[in-house]
Design a protein around this ligand. Sequence first.
Ligand SMILES: Cc1ncc(COP(=O)(O)O)c(C=O)c1O
Length: 393
Amino acid sequence: MTSWIANWPAHGGRRAALLARFGLPSDYPLIDFSANLNPLGPPAWLSDWLTGAADRLAVYPNPDDDAPAQAIAAQQGLTPEQVLVTNGGAEAIYLAAALHAGGRALVVEPTFSEYRLACAHYGLSVESLALRGEAFELDVDAAERAMEGAVESAVERTEERTEERTEERTEERTGEGARAPASVLFLCRPNNPTGTLLPFETIERLLARGFETGTTVVVDEAFIDFSDEGALTPLLASAPNLVLLRSLTKLYDLPGLRLGYLLASPSLVRRARDLQMPWSVNALALGLVAPLLADADYLSRTRTWLADVRPGMPEAVRALGYAVPATQANFMLLDCGDAAEAEALFAFLLRRGLLSRHTHNFPGLDGRWLRLALRDSADNAVLLEALAAWRRA
Ligand SMILES: Cc1ncc(COP(=O)(O)O)c(C=O)c1O
């Protein structure tokens, strides 16, 4: 398994690496279904804004400027003290792990690989909770027991990867006696890569148990703006152990800008701020928070696009005979039966100019599935035609 993962990039959007892996030229035209970005592209006003803001690069970002946090707080119905602007959702994940350095983390798999990597970075031990069945359901009772520190008779697995993300260590432990309660539980809602979304009531239940066990519940809502369900923001009023992580890079198609934020109680936000590197968020990203959030037209066009492609696109793929779990995100999983078939389909799509996302580094998926972003109708039609051709072949 190690060598497989070593040969596959750890994230989507890695065109060059995958073209090289399959011996295709670097300028091979590709439609990218591997990164889960808004297909509308960045807002049209952005390039003029960036040109006009170029002089901001001549000074350090002002650490006392709370206008970005105020803009987020106003949109979310919170106070600026509950907001920390971060260098992408990724920095928010690493800060959430740093808050619990050396502790015991629970990660629900399959999920975004950075929770585990962030925990390894800050010396947390990590225990997996496996989502169950074709619908990828969380066993909430098992999650509660794991928060308490109860030992499951089932084998558990811990993994550590190096910075190069190539080494994996699997350690099996059974019945070692009582453990400390978990310091932190990482959840992703909707979950990457399954697209499934934990109900509000489940989160409330986990928060209540976490309050008793001293466990912080970190919910990554990087894709929540693509979902039909509401965000968990209202729960911050009653749950001091809740941390929400957001990303602005998916929604506004700006992964190169690096912009996200963390929401929590004022005291947790203060602690996270103390752990953040100085000038972590650049001046352009900071300056863009308010205008991005104010662009109501962009949001409404995004909702119109979403209504166009979901649930229609997953249904169309299912109609071709593929198993696709219901998704509340801007991507879907496609069951290929086994890893060899998934790699064959991956290569077939790539040669037809369609880049999908392998699932080798998602424990529990182990390469058997492909993840595909929902794109605009024209791109989706090309994908459907290719999937139908693969089926025929
Ligand atoms: C679930 C999840 N959270 C956070 C991130 C990181 O987002 P950002 O680009 O804002 O750092 C990603 C990126 O793929 C993601 O899938």
